[in-house]
Design a protein around this ligand. Structure first.
Ligand SMILES: [Zn+2]
Ligand SMILES: [Zn+2]
Length: 148
C-alpha cells in the first residue's frame, strides 16, 4: 500500500515509535474512515482485515495517538467519544440537543475567552476540540425558513 507523506505510520516512525502490524492496520482504518469516528467504528473496520485485533487494542492505540496529539477527542452527546485527525485543523462543535444537528465553529471564536482566562485567572486554557450543547436556529425558530 502506498503511504501518504503525512500518514500516521510515517509520523510515528519519524518520532522513533515502533509500528506493529496491528497498529499499522488500525492507522490505515482511521485514515480510510476519516472525519469524526468512534473506537467502535475503527474496530468494525479493522475486523475485516484482522479479526484478532481487539477493541482494547483499538482504545490503546487511540490513547497513544492522543498523547502524540495526532487525534483529538470530543463528546458530541451520547456515550461515544469521537476522534478527529489533527490535520482536520482546530475547530469545535455546536450540538443541537433537540434535533441532533452538529455544526462546526471556528477556533478563532475562542480567542477572546482564552485571553480573558489568562488576564483574569492566569489560567492557560487548553481548548482543543470542544462541543457546546444547546438549541440550533431551526429548532429555536421553527417557523422561519432560515432559522433566524
Ligand atoms: Zn470535530
Ligand atoms: Zn436543532
Amino acid at each position: 500500500m502506498q503511504l501518504k507523506p503525512d500518514s500516521l505510520i510515517k509520523e510515528l516512525q519519524e518520532r522513533g515509535m515502533r509500528v506493529t502490524p496491528q497498529r499499522a492496520i488500525i492507522f490505515e482504518a482511521i485514515e480510510k474512515l476519516n472525519g469524526h469516528i468512534t473506537a467502535e467504528e475503527i474496530f468494525q473496520e479493522v475486523q475485516h482485515i484482522n479479526p484478532y485485533i481487539s477493541l482494547a487494542t483499538v482504545y490503546r492505540t487511540l490513547e497513544l495517538l492522543q498523547d502524540m496529539e495526532l487525534v483529538t477527542p470530543t463528546n458530541l452527546g451520547g456515550s461515544q467519544t469521537y476522534f478527529a485527525m489533527k490535520d482536520h485543523g482546530p475547530h469545535h462543535h455546536l450540538v443541537c440537543q433537540n434535533c441532533g444537528s452538529i455544526e462546526e465553529f471556528s477556533d478563532a471564536l475562542l480567542e477572546n475567552l482564552r485571553d480573558r482566562l489568562v488576564q483574569d485567572y492566569h489560567f492557560l486554557a487548553q481548548i482543543n476540540h470542544m462541543s457546546i450543547f444547546g438549541t440550533c436556529g431551526h429548532c429555536a425558530n421553527p417557523d422561519s425558513p432560515n432559522g433566524e
